[in-house]
Design a protein around this ligand. Structure first.
Ligand code: GLN
Length: 188
């Protein structure tokens, strides 16, 4: 029997329901994570979009900040989830990010993105999105917008400045699950 992976979605705040729904469509056993104990036995974790300052505050309150630093499975961070993982916060992904970096006028927008290794463009929904200002040498760019990275991978981390959970396109989540399968193979 081939069981689907067990993936946590950080459910403190933000778009966790949409991520959970998309993962379930892909055959994943989803766990909503609000407590440290719920991280145990997970094959991966999603940190959704929302409000990064609120995430950091609640994560500290529930002891999740330390727990996430030592969590060793793949993590998908989208929008505020990218901010939480950057150099200035958990420092798990080697990127510098400017919060709300697309300014007030174009605070929210959609754009077709060229996805690395795929001829079909990916629709990116950007909502008061963070802007990636710098990425370290081990960070791989998987999609850009206006010449700037918007989907990046560093080892077991996949981060997007947009919201892949808000379209019907499951390709970002599928790439994350590929990563989970790779890592589970390595860890087994
Ligand atoms: N602007 C939010 C922040 O700074 C992120 C927006 C989002 O996740 N949609 O945390």
């Amino acid at each position: 029997m081939n069981e689907g992976p067990r993936i946590g979605v950080l459910a403190l705040q933000g778009n966790f329901r949409e991520h959970a729904a998309m993962l379930r469509r892909l055959g994943v056993d989803v766990v909503e994570v609000r407590k440290v104990e719920q991280l145990e036995g997970l094959d991966g974790l999603v940190i959704p979009g929302g409000e990064s300052t609120t995430f950091m505050r609640l994560m500290r309150l529930y002891g999740l900040e330390e727990a996430l630093r030592s969590f060793d499975a793949p993590i998908l961070g989208t929008c505020a989830g990218l901010i939480v993982l950057d150099r200035d916060h958990l420092d798990l992904v080697d990127v510098s990010v400017e919060r709300n970096g697309y300014g007030r006028q174009v605070a929210s927008f959609e754009a077709d993105l060229d996805l690395e290794g795929d001829a079909v463009p990916l629709r990116g929904v950007f909502i008061r999105a963070p802007r990636v200002r710098d990425a370290g040498p081990h960070v791989e760019v998987l999609a850009e917008h206006g010449g700037e990275p918007v989907l990046l991978r560093q080892g077991r981390f996949l981060v997007a400045s947009f919201h892949p959970e808000l379209t019907d396109d499951t390709r970002v989540h599928e790439r994350f699950l590929d990563l989970v399968r790779e890592e589970t193979g390595v860890r087994a």
